[in-house]
Write a protein that binds this ligand. Structure first.
Ligand code: SF4
Ligand code: ZN
Ligand code: ZN
Length: 307
């Protein structure tokens, strides 16, 4: 099977949704080109941006960091750094962070770690032992988003780049529909810029790349990443949605792109109806309510148990 691009090397991957067969080298180049195109299409960065990449030690974030490092080397006035959020999940995040540290060191990118323990006084493992019946991902997601905002402020960056891929984006869209969470639906999509500067702008340069292709990119680029799933992941509704979309994609290739584009159109329509944001009465962060979701969640936990 010959590569459809270089017509020279043997192809190892058939990209069904484009109908092209790719060799390793053309596959790698195609992913890097796609990331560059996504950055340009959504005008994600300015030339002099200080960019912080949120890394987790997984394939997506380490791939993003690798590709952005390549791009950044051509834009000398931009600055790239990395940060990680340690939720405090033993045997999982600690392992992943070691890999993130090694990767950042190899790329010569400074990495700063922010932990739930330092930010909130409690780890995810402690939350689960205090409240075993809670949905870990609901807590983890809300607290991590807040931690990312805090990290971005402390690092004083212009943009935060997160490694959400096409699968993540379609799953999140459907999750928000399942949860009836219109505010979060408005905050989804490839780029989130706050013109009033209440939170740091966020961009997702991998949002148009399927997860499977990022995994292949990481393997052929010899990126060492955390491949074990989080011990709490099986409890997440996201898993059921992932399975459902993957089944549909198998029968109808390209459906993930369709969902992604629908999400963008719905978001554009919703943007005309601006949600008024208040300052959270506890932490001062922007929220559509009086108290933000993270503070409400933390309030529900008995403070003494983790002091
Ligand atoms: Fe957090 Fe859930 Fe992800 Fe685990 S699977 S890191 S608990 S969001
Ligand atoms: Zn080729
Ligand atoms: Zn708050």
């Amino acid at each position: 099977m010959e590569c459809s691009i270089c017509k020279k090397n043997e192809a190892f991957y058939f990209r069904v949704y484009e109908g092209v067969k790719l060799c390793r080298s053309c596959f790698k180049k195609s992913i890097e080109k796609k990331v560059r195109k996504t950055i340009l299409k959504y005008k994600m960065f300015d030339r002099e941006d200080k960019i912080a990449v949120a890394v987790s030690g997984g394939k997506d974030s380490l791939t993003l960091l690798t590709i952005l490092k390549k791009i950044e080397s051509k834009f000398t006035s931009a600055k790239l750094l990395a940060f990680a959020i340690d939720e405090g999940i033993k045997g999982y995040r600690d392992e992943a962070l070691k890999l993130a540290e090694e990767h950042c060191k190899a790329l010569n990118i400074p990495l700063k770690i922010f932990s739930f323990k330092n930010l909130y006084g409690v780890t995810m493992d402690e939350i689960m032992s205090i409240n075993p019946s809670c949905f870990p991902c609901a807590y983890c997601g809300v607290l991590r988003r807040k931690a990312i905002d805090k990290a971005a402020k402390e690092l004083n960056v212009d943009k935060v780049a997160t490694a959400h891929n096409l699968d993540d984006e379609t799953q999140t869209f459907l999750l928000n529909i399942f949860h009836g969470d219109i505010y979060r639906l408005m905050r989804s999509g490839p780029k989130l810029i706050d013109l009033e500067n209440r939170f740091t702008s966020k961009v997702k340069p991998l949002c148009e790349i399927p997860e499977k292709e990022i995994t292949i990119y990481a393997y052929i680029t010899n990126i060492k990443f955390q491949s074990l799933p989080c011990p709490y992941a099986h409890l997440a509704l996201r898993n059921d949605i992932r399975e459902l979309i993957n089944k549909i994609e198998e029968k109808h290739p390209g459906v993930k792109f369709t969902v992604f584009n629908s999400m963008r159109k719905i978001k554009e329509a919703l943007e005309k109806h601006k949600v008024k944001l208040n300052k959270c009465k506890v932490c001062g962060e922007p929220t559509p309510s009086n108290i933000c979701e993270a503070c409400l969640m933390l309030r529900k936990l008995p403070a003494k148990s983790f002091a």
